[in-house]
Design a protein around this ligand. Structure first.
Ligand code: COA
Length: 371
């Protein structure tokens, strides 16, 4: 066994080509299909970015209208899916209920085994449209509130607020959600996307690949970090306690949630844009408590450890300010990343090779049952 050849966690290993996004740690930057994410956040809707990731180009006006019409027509859940939500345990985590309901969407689709490009795009639209309805439905069910039927004449971000709270908040709040959805949409071969590609590489169906990806995203080292960030900020409580809290965390060798990244070592390209729009929202709402604690943590982490915040760090408290319960933060990530996952699943189908790495055996040498 040659241990030097093993890259634990596939650290630094290039697995395949991909034309969907480019992560550039040397310049702390990120592009989707060649466009800088900052520019997409400034000028595009989440729906336009979803189209870009799937089709490779930004939509012309009539293409966008057609795409939006198809997405809006698919928002409603079946009666059977709604019944399923009612039978889910109220105490279950929304990532688990979402994973279960997405798996059920696969059971409902008669074209399950059709992995052609045309059908894959249709399945993607089905997932894009229904995932927010599932999240909001589970959210309201767990809170003992009536499930709200989706509207078909408003954007995905507006409709999500409407389905969760029965109303659409101010434009500063909607924009902050929309920006987070754009920034979370795609990030090359991260753990959940790679999971989706592994499943797709067996020529299994899109719903199975997405169900597996949701399971991977849930973990606190990946998407689950945005929830952990908020728990941490609440535990700290105020900016004046942040330095001391962090010193204790260092002494106990705790991982500080929302910091560090496998690829970016000098800052996450998405953080400045998320902070900008989260701050505009915080100014509008008039609540700076979480920003103040975050600033102390960020400065000290960089100064003492040289470790920078990742996107989950500003996204967690932003979702809290929007009024969402903490356990809905990672499902919101799913609502966005479904775009990147499906683009990757389709890219995998288009030029497939079964993903099957090797392992170096480290167990006992061969022996006999009967000696
Ligand atoms: N808090 C404290 N120390 C951290 C840290 C964090 N968030 N992230 C990395 N480090 C330290 C590690 O302890 C390690 O130190 P050591 O060399 O003294 O042992 C060093 O930095 C390298 O970290 P490592 O975990 O090996 O890097 P990785 O590339 O495997 O991990 C993450 C990347 C994301 C898993 C890691 O940074 C982490 O756990 N972050 C917190 C969870 C998080 O925010 N996840 C969302 C990612 S987008």
């Amino acid at each position: 066994m040659n241990l030097e050849k093993i890259n634990k966690g596939l650290n630094g290993v290039t697995v395949d080509y991909s034309a969907i996004s480019k992560v550039m740690p040397e310049t702390n930057s990120l592009t989707y299909r060649g466009y800088a994410v900052e520019e997409l956040c400034e000028h595009c809707s989440f729906e336009e970015v979803a189209y870009l990731l799937i089709y490779g180009e930004l939509p012309k006006l009539e293409e966008l209208e057609e795409f939006q019409t198809k997405e809006r027509e698919k928002r409603k859940l079946s009666v059977e899916q709604l019944q399923r939500i009612h039978y889910l345990p109220e105490a279950a985590h929304p990532m688990d209920t979402l994973r279960t309901c997405v798996s059920f969407l696969g059971c409902e689709d008669p074209r399950l085994w059709d992995n052609s490009e045309e059908t894959s795009i249709d399945k993607f639209l089905n997932l894009l449209a229904k995932i927010p309805t599932i999240i909001a439905g589970c959210y309201r069910h767990a809170a003992n509130q009536d499930i709200i039927i989706p509207k078909q004449n408003i954007s995905m971000a507006e409709n999500f607020f409407y389905m969760c709270f029965g109303e659409i908040p101010a434009k500063e709040v909607v924009k902050a959600l929309e920006v987070s959805l754009i920034l979370y949409a795609e990030h090359s071969f991260n753990a959940s996307t790679f999971t989706a590609r592994v499943i797709a590489s067996t020529t299994s169906d899109m719903y199975s690949a997405v169900t597996g990806a949701i399971g991977a995203l849930k973990g606190p080292l990946h998407g689950g970090a945005n929830e952990q960030v908020m728990h941490m900020l609440m535990e700290i409580g105020s900016a004046s306690k942040a330095e001391r809290w962090l010193d204790n965390a260092f002494a106990e060798k705790k991982k500080v949630m929302g910091f560090g990244h496998r690829v970016y070592k000098n800052g996450d390209s998405r953080v400045p844009t998320m902070k900008k729009y989260a701050n505009l929202m915080a100014d509008y709402i008039g609540d700076h408590q979480w920003r103040d604690i975050s600033e102390v943590l960020e400065q000290k982490m960089i100064k003492d450890k040289g470790i920078y915040p990742n996107l989950d760090f500003p996204a967690g408290p932003a979702y809290y300010l929007m009024g969402f319960d903490i356990d809905v933060f990672t499902p919101i990530f799913v609502m966005s990343r479904i775009t990147g996952w499906c683009a990757h699943i389709m890219e995998q189908y288009a030029d497939n090779k079964l993903i099957r790495p090797l392992s170096a055996y480290s167990g006992v040498e061969q022996r006999k049952v009967v000696v």
